[in-house]
Design a protein around this ligand. Structure first.
Ligand code: KG4
Ligand code: ZN
Length: 337
């Protein structure tokens, strides 16, 4: 039974997992979000985030134990996200989980946040089949060729802004509340995705890499040209969202065909976007490829996905030494040479 802590950005989260009859079961999964606090500043303030993690982590661990109906003595290993993320935020969760491991003499596993996202679609099954994973979060956009648990190759990534970051930055331009992603999706429902012809970067030399900064600039220029941008809000949101989705879907399908995968996953915060889910599912179906959805509770940052990655780590590799540190730039996979 593993207790995992996630504190890489602006959510403090704790989850407890164990295998029951082969299938992983989340006994509890709690998230204490700081979004309301950071909204005032239009984005995450690292100093504010780490102080809030420090205040929230201990009571949240206790509540997770209470919800699961277990005590610290029942936990057999501890885990925490060690990167990538904000250094001061990561430190809080990692130090707390290592402290619990050190004081109890139980094993500790440091987990890559992106591996948490990548594996999250399979939490209910408990095993990782070969597949192509598209991770779209606030900080990363990655296409990963997954052969098995722990065998990952990076096929493509963003060369500038992450998909979620583009949503958040365009949201700020449109004076929408932080985070911009869900707000843009909401307004896009009322708009025409063809109203504005925003660019799609093709990057012919690196066909599986993404670029969203040109799109962001195109939206900015369009806003400057309009007399009253607010009256075009829905059309701008729909057209911007269509450009992001178009790039994500086309490159993902192309990468799946090149790698020969017949299963695609979509994970990370932007995977909440229903229009993206539908577009990817339809495009994949058209070429005979399946899409494994991520349970909605596991798309934006949570500790359930960290607990599941830790469960698989505990079954496949030795525990980490207690002097293991955070790594704000921790890589998940490299591009094959
Ligand atoms: O995975 P996540 O919770 O945190 C990171 O690891 O970054 O992803 C957060 C990102 C934010 O950029 C947010 O705007 C985006 O996910 N997001 C969405 C939607 N819901 C969250 N983007 C587009 N459409 C959504 N419905
Ligand atoms: Zn994340």
């Amino acid at each position: 039974m593993i207790l995992a802590i996630e504190s890489s950005c602006d959510e403090t989260a704790v989850a407890i997992i164990r295998r029951e009859d082969q299938t992983p079961k989340l006994l509890s999964s709690l998230i204490s979000s700081q979004i309301e606090i950071h909204r005032e500043y239009g984005g995450v303030v690292p100093e504010v985030a780490c102080r809030n993690h420090a205040q929230r982590v201990r009571p949240l661990v206790q509540q997770a134990l209470d919800d699961a109906g277990v005590t610290l003595e029942d936990i057999t290993a501890f885990a925490a996200t060690r990167g990538p993320g904000l250094a001061s935020s990561l430190l809080v969760g990692l130090a707390y989980a290592k402290g619990l491991a050190a004081s109890s003499g139980k094993p500790f596993f440091g987990i890559n946040h992106m591996e948490g996202h990548l594996l999250s679609p399979f939490l209910e099954e408990g095993a990782i089949p070969p597949h192509l994973g598209l991770i779209v979060s606030g900080g990363h956009t990655m296409l990963i060729d997954v052969q098995a648990h722990g065998q990952y190759q990076l096929i493509g990534r963003t060369i500038d802004d992450a998909a979620g970051e583009a949503f958040d930055k365009v949201g700020r331009m449109l004076k929408l509340p932080y985070p911009g992603g869900p707000e843009i999706e909401k307004h896009a429902r009322e708009g025409d995705p063809k109203a504005f012809a925003f660019p799609r970067a093709h990057l012919n030399d690196t066909p599986f890499h993404f670029s969203f900064s040109g799109l962001k600039t195109a939206v900015l220029y369009q806003l400057q040209k309009l007399d009253d941008p607010q009256t075009h809000l829905a059309d701008i949101c729909a057209s911007f969202q269509a450009a992001v989705i178009d790039a994500l879907v086309k490159k993902t399908i192309k990468a799946a065909r090149q790698t020969g995968h017949t299963l695609i996953t979509l994970s990370g915060g932007v995977a909440c976007n229903r229009t993206l889910q539908e577009a990817l599912t339809v495009a994949a179906q058209n070429v005979g490829i399946g899409v494994q959805p991520t349970p909605p509770s596991l798309t934006t940052d949570n500790a359930g996905m960290i607990a599941f990655a830790a469960l698989l780590a505990s079954e496949n590799r030795p525990a980490d030494p207690l002097d293991i540190g955070i790594n704000p730039n921790l890589a998940l996979a490299t591009i094959p040479t």
